[in-house]
Each structure stands twice: as C-alpha cells, then as structure tokens.
Design a protein around this ligand. Structure first.
Ligand SMILES: NC(=O)c1ccc[n+]([C@@H]2O[C@H](COP(=O)([O-])OP(=O)(O)OC[C@H]3O[C@@H](n4cnc5c(N)ncnc54)[C@H](OP(=O)(O)O)[C@@H]3O)[C@@H](O)[C@H]2O)c1
Length: 248
C-alpha cells in the first residue's frame, strides 16, 4: 500500500555548516547562510500548503519565515493557493509564550500538540486550529522506537496520525523546517520524502551543537538511505537535493 497517499508530501529544508551542524552549541538561531539560501528556503515554503517546525526552532528564532517575494506571492495566487502557507508548530507540551513575535506575524497558525498540551490553547485566538496529534500516551517501548532522547513518559506526537489529519484538512505539500528533533521523529516512522541541505562555508563544531537529525540515531544497517537528485554549487554554498530511498 502506498502510505504517502493519505499524508502530505514532505520536504525537509535545512542549512548546515560544513561540519554538519544546523546551529551552534548554544542553539542560537542559525543565521549563517547567504541571501541566496534564504531565497531558496522561501521558494520551498512558497511551494508548500503548510510549513511544520518544532517548538525548539520557534524558541530559538521567535518568528517564522513568511513569503514576501512579489514573484512568489504571484505564483501562489496563480496556483490558487492562499498568499501565505499555514505555519504549523509542533509542540507536545504546548508550553509556548504567546508574547513571541510569531503570534503577531500576519500568517495563519496551527498547533499540533499532545492532548494535554492542546487543552490550554483550545478556543483562543493565537491558533486557527489546534490538532491533537496523540492517540493515547505511548508506552516506554513505543517511545524508544520514536528515536528521541526525551523522557519517554512525556506525551509524544504520533506523526503518522498527525500527518493523516493534516492531509484530511487539505495539506498536500508540507515543508518541514526543522529542527533536528522533529526531523528525527518523522524519519523514524518513514514520513520524510525529500531533503534539501545547504552546506555553508563555516565550521561550528561542538558535541552539543544540533545536526539535521537528532534523537538516538540509527544503526548503520538500518539508516535511512538517500538518493541524490541534484547538487548545485552557488558561490560558496552547495545545495544538495535528496529523495528518501524506498525499496518498494
Ligand atoms: N540551520 C537551519 O536550517 C535550522 C533550521 C531550524 C532549526 N535550526 C536550529 O535547530 C535548533 C532547534 O532544533 P531542536 O532539535 O532543538 O528542536 P525542534 O526539533 O525544533 O523542536 C523540538 C520540540 O518539538 C516538539 N517535538 C518534536 N518532535 C516531537 C515529537 N515526536 N513528539 C512531541 N513533540 C515533538 C517538542 O516540543 P515541546 O518540548 O514543546 O513538547 C520538542 O521539544 C535551534 O538551535 C535552531 O536554531 C536550524
């Protein structure tokens, strides 16, 4: 069965240092890529019905990236899409600050949270939709499959269930903006279709600096395999486009 039919097509877009870090060890907002890369990110966002990002990413930046290019806004209009894609925040705890600038950005906002987390945001104006991405609290063993290092007693988002809900709400193309924990959780249940990685000319180092895929990691023989679709050099950066390799 083609499982991708009942969920959105997903594309991860990340910029990383030449040593594979998506932020420095202090988890500062990553602002090291070029203007060209930022436009590439905006193009990917403009091509999507919605973006998805983890609470760690929003905690780092405080805002999200909206579509501002006149050309891309026009393109969306021609494709019968609303001017801005829906910005979807993933936060199991939903412990987020309504004072963040994100909540004043003129973009549609949805939240995917645990049942407990969702409760505190239902019926409020900050999010147009609050989606419960949890089908009962997962057991310790199921949590381990989710490939994260977090305390397994914490509620987890069931990404297969959450993406099926997004699909039924009309989201066909989803741009996944990170960070590493969210990407790891989705990869662990085979929910990523494509990846764009921009390799930027700096070295961040640091054992604790985040990389594109966090969590527990995969044993080499079980690691998701990628197929390189394109590799483009522009000035000092390399734009790598991969498809997740699936055996069937
Ligand atoms: N270079 C780049 O292109 C780029 C892009 C994005 C981010 N970043 C960097 O990446 C860092 C943030 O990444 P991160 O890995 O720390 O955080 P993250 O993946 O953005 O967010 C992690 C949070 O998302 C929620 N979450 C993710 N997966 C979940 C699951 N399966 N179930 C429940 N909740 C889940 C949880 O929120 P709660 O804790 O609220 O429950 C979790 O703490 C920042 O330093 C940022 O600058 C870099």
């Amino acid at each position: 069965m083609d499982r991708s039919r009942s969920r959105p097509h997903t594309t991860v877009i990340l910029a990383m240092s030449a040593d594979g870090k998506i932020a420095d060890a202090r988890r500062s907002p990553a602002r090291f890529s070029s203007q060209r890369d930022r436009f590439h990110l905006e193009q990917q966002i403009a091509a999507a019905d919605a973006t998805l990002f983890g609470a760690g990413t929003l905690r780092a930046y405080g805002t999200t990236l909206s579509v501002t290019s006149a050309k891309l806004l026009h393109q969306r209009l021609q494709n019968h899409q609303k001017s801005q894609p829906i910005q979807i925040l993933a936060s199991a705890s939903a412990k987020i600050d309504p004072q963040w600038r994100f909540f004043r950005q003129p973009v549609p906002r949805w939240l995917i949270a645990s049942a407990a987390g969702a409760k505190s945001w239902q019926g409020r104006s900050e999010f147009e939709k609050v989606i419960v991405g949890e089908q009962g609290v997962l057991s310790r063993e199921q949590g381990a499959e989710g490939q994260t290092e977090k305390n397994n007693c914490q509620p987890r988002i069931d990404w297969t269930f959450a993406l099926e809900q997004l699909f039924s709400l009309g989201i066909k193309r989803l741009a996944v903006l990170g960070g590493g924990e969210l990407v790891a959780a989705m990869l662990a249940v085979d929910l990523i279709d494509e990846m764009w990685l921009t390799v930027c000319p700096l070295l961040l180092g640091g054992t604790n600096a985040p990389s594109p895929v966090a969590g527990m990691g995969f044993p080499e023989n079980l690691a998701p395999r990628l197929e390189l679709l394109s590799a483009q050099v522009e000035a000092q950066e390399v734009f790598l486009h991969y498809r997740l390799h699936r055996s069937q």
